[in-house]
Design a binder for this molecule. Structure first.
Ligand code: ATP
Ligand code: MG
Length: 406
């Protein structure tokens, strides 16, 4: 292995990280215990690493798969010291807590990716939009609301119909209110308890796509194919790759924007950028995630390098050849709603064998014992020789599960 050196971080050649090494040199850390962490753990372990997960919840998907579980809040000083003692490098699966924890670890000379500063940008919609603008990537017209004066200015900014979004901690459509007219704005802000918000013009969407890029410490950039995403109630429901309604020029533009953002952020790791394709064909960035993304899960089964392999490679300084998609794929998200059959009293898992009898179905469940409506329990990726076959089988799987056609 040639150890890559990340600007501003410890020289990796001085303390090489490698699979199968004893002690710290063969162990990696993850902040966060969710399903993204679990799939990273699987990829890292498959390639010979041991993994420690820092997660306060005693029962979490990633910790259940990890070699070691440090049970503590993400910013707990003793827990971060433990992670530093155990692991040669640290990544995150969750953007909402660890920026300062990542920063602390990096300041102590630890190999950390993604960089804390980039995570901090992604945690805050205002910073995120400013970084889109700086990188020359178009985003929805918006106004920032922090004070009553901002509220009045935003009401007069010609953004209606609009969506009011909290600047921090939003996910899966939470922390968002649709605002049709200026007169509704004050009440909408009140309903969110007046946090810092972004008021965004509601755009006419033809479709939604996302791009996952990986950037190494040496600045090398690769990407997964552009994905086409369908949301239900603000939550991702279906991802198709290749994207059926995206031509080569549009895909190239999306990749160029995502690469520009990764460069502008001096990013190291896996970055997902979500885009809207407008009715008039224009491409507009929505938001980005400093980590693998739900829309990239198909890459586990359909590509020769998954988004989690890319996360691992960027973290340990391994080479980044271009990933190749070897099978067209459709991913269906499996939310807890599927566990609640109409008329049943108690939650009950869907009848998996019926779905698994279909060709090319890859079932992924995240080990969450309690099903709740809206909770991401797993996903299912259908691969096939052609995109038409993958779609046809995915539609059969959806029908068996009681999911809407797409
Ligand atoms: P995620 O789970 O992806 O983090 P989120 O809660 O952060 O979601 P967004 O991605 O900002 O929220 O919005 C969720 C969905 O709402 C989008 O995928 C899109 O369907 C719709 N949406 C958001 N902003 C706009 C907009 N400006 N115009 C039209 N539709 C929008
Ligand atoms: Mg989103």
């Amino acid at each position: 292995m040639t150890a890559a050196v990340v600007p501003g971080q410890a020289d990796r050649s001085a303390s090489p990280i490698g699979p199968g090494r004893a002690g710290r040199a063969g162990a990696l850390g993850v902040l966060g215990g969710g399903q993204l962490g679990r799939m990273f753990v699987h990829a890292a372990q498959a390639q010979g690493f041991r993994v420690s997960v820092l997660e306060p919840d005693a029962h979490s998907p990633a910790a259940a798969a990890a070699d070691t579980h440090v049970v503590a809040p993400y910013a707990d000083a003793a827990a971060l010291a433990a992670l530093q003692a155990q692991c040669a490098a640290v990544t995150t699966e969750f953007e909402n807590v660890p920026a300062q924890a990542l920063g602390q670890l990096a300041a102590q000379g630890m190999t950390v990716s993604p960089p804390a500063a980039a995570v901090q940008v992604c945690q805050h919609r205002v910073r995120e939009k400013r970084s889109f603008e700086r990188a020359g990537v178009p985003c929805a017209p918006y106004a920032v609301i922090e004070t009553d004066a901002d509220l009045a200015a935003a009401a007069a900014a010609g953004l209606f119909p609009a969506i009011l979004k909290t600047a921090t901690l939003g996910y899966d459509g939470k922390g968002q209110v649709r605002v049709d007219t200026p007169a509704q704005l004050a009440q909408a802000w009140q309903s969110l308890q007046r946090p810092v918000c972004v008021l965004e013009q509601r755009l006419p969407l033809r479709l939604e796509i996302s791009v996952i890029v990986a950037r190494g410490g040496d600045g090398s950039l690769v990407q997964l194919p552009v994905q086409q995403n369908l949301h239900h109630d603000g939550v991702l429901a279906v991802t198709q790759a290749p994207a059926p309604d995206v031509d080569a020029a549009l895909a190239q533009q999306a990749v160029a924007h995502a690469q520009a953002l990764a460069q502008a952020l001096d990013y190291v790791g896996v970055l997902c950028v979500e885009f809207f394709v407008l009715d008039d064909g224009r491409l507009v960035a929505n938001e980005m995630a400093p980590r693998p993304h739900n829309s990239g899960h198909y890459s586990i089964d359909a590509c020769d390098l998954s988004q989690f392999d890319l996360q691992l490679r960027t973290l340990v300084g391994w080479p980044l050849p271009s990933p190749r998609q070897h099978s067209p794929a459709v991913m269906l998200n499996l939310l807890g709603d599927l566990w609640f059959a109409p008329g049943a009293d108690l939650p009950h898992p869907p009848h998996w064998p019926a779905v698994l009898a279909l060709p090319g179905v890859h079932l992924h469940l995240y080990g969450k014992t309690e099903a709740r409506r809206g909770r991401k329990m797993g996903h299912l990726t259908v691969t096939a020789a052609t995109a038409a076959q993958a779609r046809a089988t995915a539609l059969q799987a959806a029908a068996l599960l009681g999911l809407p056609a797409f």
